[in-house]
Write a protein that binds this ligand. Sequence first.
Ligand code: SF4
Length: 364
Amino acid sequence: MTVYSHSRLSAFESCPLQYRLRYIDKVKVEEEETIEAFMGLRVHKALEKLYRDLRLSKANTLDELVPFYNENWQKYYSENIKIIREGYSPENYRVTGEKCIREYYARYYPFNDGKTLGLEQMISIDIEGYKLQGYIDRLSSSSDGAYEIHDYKTSQHLPAQIHFEKDRQLALYHMGVQDMFEDADHVNLVWHYLVYDKEIRSNRTPDELSKLKSDIVALIEKIERAQEEHEFPAAESGLCGWCEYQSLCPKRMHLVRTGQMSLNRYLNAYAKKEGVEVIRGNDKKLRVKLEEKPHFPNKGEVGRGELEALIRNAGKWELVSELNIHALPKAICDWSPELIERIKRFQKMEESCRIYLSNLKEGE
Ligand code: SF4
């Protein structure tokens, strides 16, 4: 039976093709880790150590925690880690991660507000027979008896409060905590935006949870329908730059494969062979449309006289006088099949390539 997760549902919502490649075809791409993911993991591991040791009455000082973070950074960092944002070095990210830890430590020291119940706590949720699962960075019970679901974020983007009121991931975990603990009447959802040293809280009412359940059931039904119908279209967005399947995606593969290929060669050969549709520059994109169109002989070209004579003899000349070869394909549509057949002997199919220039949206 399929086990869903918040990220699995989100993958389908943002791009069905990415969902198919990752979760159905299980395509493994040798993908370099991004520096953002690497830094996030190192910070998560340091905070996990902090609370794991606290459970055994060992309080790390900052002078222990920061070297733990830096030693692991050195140990696991590799040249293959990808920096997508231009103009930043690994050191910029390392220092940012260290600052996250220092500020978190200063804000919550001596970490005595509630008890930690779980770290990287696996949570299972059953919604109308569909199974979902996730991991809570830290689950705690606060001094007033409420359960708290903590999520650490090292993102550079701080969303507005409305984002948290609608967040699905922690609301899902809320359901899982209520399944695990009978006394979980009050559950707080807590996000730690570490780069900004900011804590954001939100709660869900029973009505909101019930609406979320029906939304999730509807989404899973949609995914399973797409699977039955093999319908997983590519949906481009600002997230494509972070997608590991760009080399397999008809909308993006050229970025990976063309390298220094010239635009002409690209238009004439590559787009046709590879089925790509979009070329990106620094701030513009070209949409390429390949299609076959009818072409009749121009004045002076072989067959032109014969074609004109044919049309005249058919009594149709006045309809296309000053024979307009561009108007001809449309004009002949309601002529007799036999005449159309004879006219079409002068027709060759030619490939036309139209390009559409537009500004790139942020992140494309
Ligand atoms: S590159 Fe973009 S459009 Fe293509 S599969 Fe990935 S997310 Fe989807």
